[in-house]
Ligand binder design. Sequence first.
Ligand code: AMP
Length: 387
Amino acid sequence: MSVDKKTKTILPGSTIGILGGGQLGRMMALEGRRMGYQFITLDPTENSPCGQVADYQFVASYDDVEQAKEMASRCDVITYEFENVSSLVAEALGKHSFVPQGSRLLFFTQHRIREKEALMELKVPVAPFHVIRSRQDLFDGLKAIGTPSILKTATGGYDGKGQIVLKKPEDAESAFQLLVQHDRELILEQFVPFEKEISVIVARRQSGEMEFFPVAENIHRNNILHQSLVPARIGQRVESEAREIGKRIAEGLQVVGLIAVEMFLTGDGRIYVNELAPRPHNSGHYTYDACVTSQFEQHLRAICNLPLGSTQLLSPVVMVNILGEHVNQVVEKIAEFPPNIKIHLYGKKGAKPKRKMGHLNVLAETTEVALQIIDQLKIWKKTEDVR
Ligand code: AMP
């Protein structure tokens, strides 16, 4: 209805379908509604974070091809909000519906080995790795890569799940036995002695137009993202190099929509790509309040074939994640929060420890000041206390 058939532009008034109903879909829908779009989501959990703000939710599993097709028949364009959506579903939908991101990108980003091999082909620096499909491979891998290293499942891992650090060769056997229960394909990666973790989010349209969000400096605790600082405390050379790597990946993989690129930065200034995410990313949540265009709006612009928005940073910012163990304190203390804190809660029931429940974007003159403000809230342990 509101589709310009000649240019394949999806105009406001159209309906956007989102596979997956988590917080990323929720923020996409909140931003898209402001722009006049309608939303349908598909997620197995009733009243999902996205379902709460969408026009309609299909309650179905992510690999339910029939329900996904039913959703697609009511939408003008389909997107996904997490990479474990079955690529078979995305492929099936692509036959009859408009899925501008395609299924090829999912094929790579769902599988660490395929992802690493694609990055190598693009001459993007990654940590040395060895593919493990048998005990002999593990033996050969240890010889080639050594320790410290990390053994990871090829599929299904996130937030540090599905991976074990091998400090010495003797750790390998038990790690192997544990991980092969989840996936028969593993990858052994050299441990990168990084000084910082950084990420860049790139938006690309079908036409090849691209925009880059400012690089974020990411601090993890227990393998889960804790804070993103923007501007990152890096020099101009690293900022440009990170963008250049993002550009090579977005072009090389023919991305339409967003691609988030997580990287390690070593003390001697080298960058290694760790992981890709073909969607909005936790390390880009800061853009919602601190940039002219948020990553969510930018993703919608890219898939709807609208010109990309400005990624200009309006203020230094620190994003801090609210996990299950923090959410009650955040709600209790909200009346005392200073006015430069933007609060985002995802409407999830069940505040389990380590579950992402929301985040704060703290805007301040500098990221140092924003970090002090966060410390003063006394909700999270101070950085010096967790070292
Ligand atoms: P991932 O699930 O691959 O994003 O890994 C989660 C976290 O584990 C990363 O953010 C890093 O802090 C750490 N990590 C993963 N791979 C490596 C590596 N090869 N070297 C050092 N640290 C790593």
